[in-house]
Design a protein around this ligand. Structure first.
Ligand SMILES: Cc1cc2nc3c(=O)[nH]c(=O)nc-3n(C[C@H](O)[C@H](O)[C@H](O)COP(=O)(O)O)c2cc1C
Length: 162
């Protein structure tokens, strides 16, 4: 199999949960996108305000210094939470730094009940044309709700390996 990596950002653990499940199923590395200054989750109002604002204004917060050698991977699974109907700003930062040329890309979004369509549409514009092989969205996914999502996630993983 071509080498695969799961790359994700997660503020509150849902996307991390999905990324880790995919990595377990595929036996591939999972890489967290880190920021120089992480968003705080201590206060709900400020969390939605700052993170939401950064998405709405298409900000690209500074990434932490991570030595990411993506050359080794032919397939990238990129996972983001939906923020204000769009991709999270840390994933926007990642995509502005890494063009993912010549990669096969699978997109994953988690949200709490809205749609992931605009998020995927934006991500496609930030990626090389035709690079996105498949997209999948999960609503309210967590350890407790995993039984509802398991089959869909496993089918998605099987698609990546065929
Ligand atoms: C700033 C912010 C904006 C959000 N906007 C939306 C939204 O527009 N639609 C939606 O369904 N969920 C929205 N959510 C909920 C998250 O998408 C959802 O809880 C997601 O699974 C969180 O992933 P995480 O736990 O990996 O951070 C938002 C959450 C935050 C923090």
């Amino acid at each position: 199999m071509n080498k695969v990596a799961v790359i994700y950002y997660s503020l509150e653990g849902h996307t991390q949960f999905v990324a880790e499940k995919i990595s377990e199923r595929l036996g591939c590395p999972v890489i967290r996108i880190r920021l120089k200054k992480e968003f705080s989750t201590v206060n709900t109002f400020f969390k939605f305000f700052w993170a939401g604002k950064s998405s709405v204004f298409r900000e690209t917060p500074a990434l932490a210094d991570q030595s990411l050698d993506l050359e080794a991977y032919a397939t990238i699974i990129l996972a983001t939470p939906v923020w204000a109907g769009n991709l999270s700003s840390p994933v926007r930062s990642f995509l502005s730094k890494h063009r993912l040329e010549k990669k096969r890309v699978f997109l994953v979004a988690t949200n709490s009940g809205g749609s992931s369509e605009r998020c995927f549409a934006t991500m496609r514009t930030l990626l090389p044309t035709g690079s996105v092989a498949r997209e999948i969205g999960f609503i309210n996914i967590s350890e407790e709700t995993y039984p509802i999502h398991r089959k869909q996630l496993e089918d998605f993983c099987d698609d990546i390996t065929t």
